[in-house]
Design a binder for this molecule. Structure first.
Ligand code: NAP
Length: 281
């Protein structure tokens, strides 16, 4: 029951209407019986929103598009990893002191490690946006040899330079032939591009583990083609679950109850109803 003692957490972004974060976090609070509630705020002025977290003693916030970078300058502290990535997806409020974190990379690595080992492997990461950068740091920290491919070559090279990887414009197909892991970190595969795959099926060779961070639909065309060929696949909803569980821990100090959070997420994705083509956090 919501009362004067309820700790409030929230999502700040624009748009937020169809976010799955409230569902997943609130399912976790209910499962543990803790007096927390999670709501969404559609935010255009990020400075005022961050001040609002302080003013209203909101315990924590998930941060999504378009504020992941712009929120940083209004925080008191940055976790070293978030600082290196240059983006936050989480803010924790400790008695008015706001600290920014980034849990995307952690979520992606946990999802991958459910299916494959990483040390000494070669990964091709397609995309060079915010999510790709967080994942790239995670992969490099696990001793992965990383190649970044991106439509805009300059962004691929910039990301690669930040993390100590190779970066190329376009799809340098020879890199995929020698890779162990392929990751799609672009929105290709989401509505309205559900019939598109970023990599042609014939390039999905039999040593490849294929990870698509898109989770709407749960099985993108890329993953369907990989699965039909018998390749190991990693679904984007696993990354979503683990990045949310890490946020849960930062907000509450308690381990996120994965089963409850997972089942709320699965129900929402099976229902399909609320999810459209936007970043749903
Ligand atoms: P972002 O910062 O906007 O970056 C998008 C990247 O995708 C850029 O590198 C862009 O290339 C590339 N791209 C976009 N459209 C493309 C197209 N039609 N063909 C080829 N490349 C294209 O976005 P983001 O925050 O990194 O998010 C990327 C995706 O990951 C979104 O779909 C988001 O929903 C998903 N995501 C999932 C999770 C999860 O937990 N599973 C977490 C975060 C994000 P250019 O540089 O050439 O523009």
């Amino acid at each position: 029951m919501i009362n004067a003692d309820t700790r409030i957490c929230c999502l700040i972004g624009d748009p937020v209407e169809h976010s799955l974060s409230p569902l997943v976090h609130n399912a976790g609070y209910q499962a543990l019986g803790i007096n927390y509630a999670y709501v969404s705020f559609r935010v255009s002025d990020i400075r005022q929103a961050v001040e609002g977290l302080r003013g209203l003693d909101i315990r924590g916030a998930s941060v999504t598009i378009p504020h992941k970078t712009s929120a940083m300058k209004y925080l008191d502290r940055l976790d070293p990893l978030a600082e290196r990535i240059g983006a936050v997806n989480t803010i924790v409020n400790d008695d008015g002191v706001l600290t920014g974190y980034n849990t995307d990379g952690d979520g992606a690595i946990k999802a991958l490690e459910e299916v494959t080992t990483l040390e000494g492997k070669k990964a091709v990461l397609v995309g060079a946006g915010g999510a790709a950068l967080a994942i790239a740091f995670g992969l490099k920290a696990r001793g992965v040899k990383l190649v970044v491919l991106n439509r805009t070559g300059a962004k691929a090279r910039e990301l690669a330079q930040k993390v100590g990887a190779e970066g190329y414009g376009g799809l340098k197909l020879a890199e995929i032939a020698s890779a162990d892991i392929l990751i799609n970190a672009t929105p290709v595969g989401m509505p309205p591009e559900t019939d598109r795959s970023i990599i042609p099926g014939e390039l999905l060779h039999n040593r490849l583990t294929v990870f698509d961070i898109v989770y709407n639909p749960r099985e993108t065309r890329l993953l369907a083609e990989a699965r039909e060929r018998g390749r190991a696949v990693v679904y984007g909803d696993r990354m979503f679950l683990y990045q949310a569980a890490k946020q849960f821990e930062l907000f509450t100090g308690l381990k996120g109850p994965l089963k409850a959070m997972e089942s709320a997420l699965a129900q929402a994705l099976e229902g399909g109803g609320n999810v459209t083509n936007l970043d749903r956090r």
